[in-house]
Write a protein that binds this ligand. Structure first.
Ligand code: ADP
Ligand code: MG
Length: 711
């Protein structure tokens, strides 16, 4: 790797540009290029940010005579003997005896048949792993299993130092990547500056070009840490700059609606509620009112666990806008939810003169046209709907407030599309509700442009849902229990996930297909078997809208005792009489999702039970499900989920519209995030610096920048 050192101040040849194709690199032929494309590596920039997923410390090779048991150590030796065995349980064990002149060591691999052909007596090999006494080896040592190894060709030196380990594929191995980076840095790269120098100096950041070199060719762990910090800072800083820019645009380009103090209508609706607002709800309502009464457009996130009572907070805000002569819109992610909100609102508002309507995809053309007309004439005060609200034909006379429910299913652009329907001059206030308990780091990363209200405590009188993990074998007993609850007048859910873990390249439709058949199978089995005397219903995403609606309505009215369903019930469904939920193959769900599902029960006065069925014996799966038994705190579950499953799955669905984080870690990098946020505030508060940051954004986060511009 000596070639790579100092590679950045380049050479006689012209350095590579960031947007240049990887095909320009020596060693990248059309086959390799195709394989790189599969990893989304096409440009020099994408390669530079193909960061190692880990590092292997190979600075020390230990002579075999100096090895100690237990520790992970590296050795370099020549193969003296090779042996392959099959065990009774169909496992293959490959053993190589190596020597290095100071002693002998046994290396063992399990189930790696392909390796045998690559090794021969006389091969030089480098191996890393934990050292144990060899079984029956009379004092001899073994490395069993080998954690990592490199086969050295004739005359080749073992790579030493801190070696990067890249996300690789069968066609692109570690050696290829290391070689490619060596080539790249030898050629030289023209690396543009992203962070203004004053900020770089103030926050003592490593320079960008040094950081890139260091992550791919680390000199030492200390400098590697600095490099990673710099690159993580860069990502978070630019995203924060973008979010602040977004916020500035909202606040400056158009006037917001200035609402007046609460009048008689708001008070009347609030007084007519069947309950008192909790302290948290009252505080949220207060914060929202304060924003609405300002001329600046409100941009607020309302965060509260499932069942914490966000809907009523939204309703009061919507009534406030109506009282001010404006229209309010509530955007829900599914038709089921939109309908539920609509019915609840209509009921509460029945004694008032407020006109509420529902707009969903399934309406007939005539009905739709009527609603469009009434909306643009200002006859409808409050509209509840799905994506149908975003349609071209929808125009408002005077939109004062937009509320989105469970917003992580809507992107920045969709929100913007709806806000624009309010006309040219006034920007409506915006309230985003989410039940996803997001750790603070994430809230800042994802919603850095918003103010936050939190509902932390559930309304009084709720009984915590009792959760139990059970195996398939207990199914009979579980169904007996469900039956006894139904006999007492309660209702039950049976939730079915995917049947099996999907193949990587499975399409959305195929996945849905399997999910569907699972629910359908369970439905048929229960309906014909154990629960043949009960009213059993089936609900899944692919039923026609009309049917979904009637099933849900029947369940609401208590005309279905047991509802077999997929995760379509996950968000927001509110049937207080349902007191029991059985979740099949529970290990397939994330904790946050299980928590959301479980939030469908325990909504009424009845003691509620959630039963997680799982055969999974894996430690992580067990640990996760056990946690469900002991914890009802959504925040804690979300954090555990992140810790156990990594941010990818959790973050993925929420990140709508934001660029991917390649270096920064949403859980661990709180310190860096806070510094980056402060730096971003300093930057955006200074016209010259802000200009630089905008340019950087347009350079590396083109898509994100385009979205900001489009708002
Ligand atoms: P979420 O925050 O999950 O959207 P909802 O708004 O659906 O929660 O409220 C859950 C249930 O709690 C509803 O049945 C609602 O009527 C009830 N609820 C809301 N606020 C209160 C309160 N202050 N006291 C008692 N019950 C309440
Ligand atoms: Mg809700």
């Amino acid at each position: 790797m000596t070639t790579a050192k100092k590679g950045l101040q380049a050479p006689a040849k012209k350095p590579h540009a960031m947007e240049e194709s990887l095909q320009n690199l020596k060693g990248v032929g059309s086959k390799k290029y195709e394989a790189l494309t599969k990893l989304h590596l096409t440009t020099i920039y994408s390669l530079l940010t193909h960061y190692p997923r880990d590092y292997e410390d190979r600075r020390m090779v230990t002579p075999i005579s100096d090895l100690v048991t237990d520790d992970r150590q590296s050795v370099l030796g020549t193969i003296i003997k090779l042996e392959e065995r099959r065990t009774a349980r169909r496992m293959t064990i490959l053993t190589a005896l190596i020597g290095d002149g100071t002693g002998y060591l046994r290396l063992t691999w399990f189930n790696q048949q392909f390796l045998k052909d690559k090794l021969t007596v006389g091969t030089r090999i480098y191996a890393v792993g934990k050292i144990t006494p060899a079984y029956g080896g009379r004092g001899q040592l073994a490395m069993s299993p080998v954690a990592d190894y490199a086969i050295l060709s004739e005359g080749e030196e073992a790579e030493t130092g801190i070696l990067p380990i890249y996300p690789a594929t069968a066609k692109l191995n570690q050696k290829f990547f290391r070689g490619l980076f060596a080539q790249l840095f030898e050629d030289g790269v023209d690396i543009p500056h992203l962070i203004p120098e004053t900020i770089e100096n103030k926050y003592r950041l490593l320079r960008r070009e040094e950081a890139f070199h260091e992550v791919h060719f680390p000199e030492a762990y200390a400098s590697l840490t600095l490099a990673r910090e710099r690159l993580a800072f860069e990502e978070l800083y630019l995203i924060q700059c973008g979010l602040l820019l977004l916020r500035q645009k909202y606040l400056s380009e158009r006037q917001g609606v200035r609402h007046l103090m609460d009048g008689e209508l708001v008070q009347r609706v609030q007084a007519a509620l069947p309950f008192q607002l909790t302290e948290d709800q009252a505080r949220a309502v207060h914060e929202i009112k304060r924003d609405m009464e300002k001329a600046l457009p409100m941009r607020r996130l309302l965060q509260g666990d499932v069942g914490s009572g966000k809907t009523v907070v939204a309703l009061l805000a919507l009534v406030k806008t109506v009282e001010n002569g404006c229209q309010g819109a509530l955007l829900a992610p599914t038709e089921i939810l939109a309908r539920q909100h609509y019915e609840k609102f209509a009921e509460i508002l029945a004694p008032t003169e407020v006109r509420v309507e529902l707009l969903v995809g399934g309406l007939g053309k005539k009905r739709r046209e009527e609603i469009y007309q009434a909306l643009s004439d200002g006859e409808i005060d409050l509209i509840v709907g799905t994506h149908a609200l975003l349609q071209e034909g929808v125009r408002f006379a005077s939109l004062g407030l937009v509320v989105t429910d469970e917003q992580h299913r809507f992107g920045v652009e969709q929100r913007a599309a709806l806000e624009k329907k309010g006309g040219e001059y006034l920007r409506p206030d915006l309230l985003i509700m989410t039940a996803t308990p997001i750790p603070r780091t994430m809230t800042l990363t994802v919603y850095g442009d918003l103010d936050v209200s939190r509902i932390e405590h559930l309304p009084p009188g709720r009984q915590a849902v009792r959760t139990y993990c059970r195996q398939q074998a207990s199914r009979g007993k579980i169904y007996d229990f469900v039956e006894s609850e139904i006999a007492q007048g309660r209702q039950a859910y049976v939730v079915c996930p995917l049947i099996e873990t999907g193949e990587e390249d499975e399409t959305e439709t195929e996945r849905e297909e399997r999910r569907l058949s699972a629910a359908v199978d369970v439905y048929e089995e229960l309906q014909k078997g154990k629960f043949r005397r009960r009213r059993v219903g089936l609900l899944h995403g692919r039923l026609p809208a009309k049917e979904k609606e009637s099933v849900m309505r029947a369940f609401h009215r208590g005309e279905i005792d047991l509802l077999v369903t997929t995760t379509v019930v996950e968000v927001g469904v509110d049937v207080p009489n349902a007191s029991i939920m059985v979740i099949e193959d529970a290990e397939r769900f994330g904790l946050a999702q299980l928590h959301q599902l479980r939030g469908r029960i325990g909504r009424g006065a009845h003691r509620s039970y959630c039963i997680l069925i799982s055969e999974s014996r894996g430690d992580t799966a067990k640990e996760r499900l056990t946690l469900m038994e002991t914890t009802t705190d959504g925040f804690k579950l979300a954090e555990e989920d992140l810790r156990l499953r990594g941010p990818g799955q959790f973050f993925g669905s929420m990140q709508h519209g934001l660029p991917d984080l390649k270096m920064a870690n949403v859980l661990g990098d709180m310190d860096i995030l806070l510094k980056a946020r402060q730096a971003a505030q300093e930057t955006m508060g200074n016209a010259a610096l802000a200009k630089e940051a905008e340019k950087s954004l347009s350079l590396i986060y083109q898509e994100f920048f385009r979205r900001i511009q489009a708002v």
